[in-house]
Ligand binder design. Structure first.
Ligand SMILES: [Zn+2]
Length: 87
């Protein structure tokens, strides 16, 4: 697999924990085991596409049932916010 930074075939698939800001802009949520890539030269990073997916989900999912920590898998399974119920 190729690294998106250096284009060398020195990358392996792994996971990374990270923090994302909640829609209120004040609190953050920790997402565990987010798919990530690890390059021998560039280090551990999350691809833009995955980063965008997490960001979209954090904004559109109802995370009220979860503590401030959840796994990437749980995030994908979380129910979508019912926008009609919002004020
Ligand atoms: Zn690299």
């Amino acid at each position: 697999m190729e690294c998106i930074w250096c284009n060398e075939d020195k990358v392996r698939e792994t996971t990374k924990d990270g923090y994302w800001i909640m829609p209120d802009g004040a609190t953050s949520v920790q997402i565990l085991r987010v798919p990530a890539l690890e390059c021998v030269d560039c280090g551990l990073y999350i691809e833009d596409e995955i980063n965008q997916t997490v960001e979209d989900r954090v904004y559109s999912s109802d995370l009220s049932k979860y503590p401030n920590v959840l796994t990437y898998e749980e995030l994908l399974k979380a129910p979508m916010l019912d926008l009609f119920k919002l004020k």
